[in-house]
Design a protein around this ligand. Structure first.
Ligand SMILES: [Zn+2]
Length: 305
């Protein structure tokens, strides 16, 4: 199994322009001044959607609001978090889901599901919006202490939560998921899930469980979903996946067996495809994952190895 990894390419939702500037999180005076400053930019999240313009024209751009345009966000009083500095300007994520209508100027844009348009957004904007969405999801879903049930208070400029009852500290979660292209000779294993668009075949994937290494998770998921035995596992790259709170860890894996037994709960079909099959997939009548997905990169890098 050989692998060449073109280092110049990066996965979607990576390449953030933000300096996370973690030292500012503990400087309450600096944070208060930044929240009030007209130079500060806010990335609003409303019911898991991000503010964009140009969506209907097929050229979406992420919108961060500053100055007067951000006044409604400040006054809405939703959870917020300091995300970092973009060319020295403070950037905050703020959630305004409790408002029936998002408190932004009428001409600011529309709230859109990032996942639906991410491939069309400039990479740096997609990364910032993903960061804001992931942080705000955690803030909105973790309001009470999981130990004693007390309402928690934000600290570290919204990047952590503290329980006034039992003093426990809670931090944002990122759930690891493995995604892998299983390769055997000139063939690779792809599956079709009921959740996929019609006739689309993609890499297998699943969540890492407690007490399991990444390599073990790869082998278990492939065995469970396809019945194929996996030997060596080689790390490829990772991709933030804040939908709502995962990171995708990509691997190439060596198939040791060929017979396929699918798990019908997870997959409708799984097959071995040759490189020629994949290069001719349109003529053969099946689709591959989106160009901006890590699944597609795992496939393309094997095709081009
Ligand atoms: Zn507690």
């Amino acid at each position: 199994m050989t692998l060449s990894f073109p280092a110049s390419r990066t996965n979607a939702y990576t390449g953030s322009p933000l300096d996370r500037a973690g030292h500012h999180r503990e400087d309450a005076d600096w944070i208060v001044a930044a929240l009030a400053s007209p130079d500060t930019l806010f990335a609003p999240v409303w019911r898991a959607r991000s503010l964009m313009r140009g969506v209907e024209q097929g050229r979406p751009e992420g919108v961060l609001l500053g100055g007067e345009a951000a006044q409604g966000l400040r006054e809405a009083g939703g959870p917020w978090a300091f995300l970092g500095l973009w060319e020295q300007k403070p950037v905050f994520g703020i959630d305004v889901s409790h408002e029936d209508a998002p408190p932004v100027p009428a001409n600011a844009g529309s709230f859109t599901d990032l996942r639906a348009v991410a491939g069309l957004l400039p990479a740096n904007e997609a990364s910032v919006l993903a960061h804001a969405r992931g942080m705000m999801h955690w803030r909105v879903k973790h309001r009470f202490c999981g130990i004693c049930g007390t309402a928690m208070e934000p600290r570290s400029a919204g990047n952590a939560m503290s329980c006034p009852g039992c003093k426990a500290q809670h931090f944002p979660r990122t759930d690891p998921a493995v995604i892998m292209l299983v390769v055997r000779g000139d063939h690779c294993l792809l599956g079709h899930s009921v959740r996929f668009p019609q006739k689309m075949y993609s890499t297998l994937a699943g969540f890492v469980e407690p007490g399991e290494s990444l390599e073990e998770a790869v082998r278990r998921e492939v065995m469970e979903e396809s019945g194929v035995d996996v030997g060596r596992v080689i790390y490829h790259s990772s991709q933030p996946w804040p939908f709502p709170s995962s990171i995708m860890l990509g691997f190439h894996a060596e198939g040791l067996s060929e017979d396929i037994t699918i798990d019908p709960e997870e997959l409708q079909d799984a097959r071995w495809f040759s490189r020629a099959d994949l290069r001719n997939h349109e003529a053969l009548g099946f689709g591959l994952p989106r160009a901006d997905s890590i699944a597609r990169r795992l496939i393309e890098d094997w095709l081009n190895a």
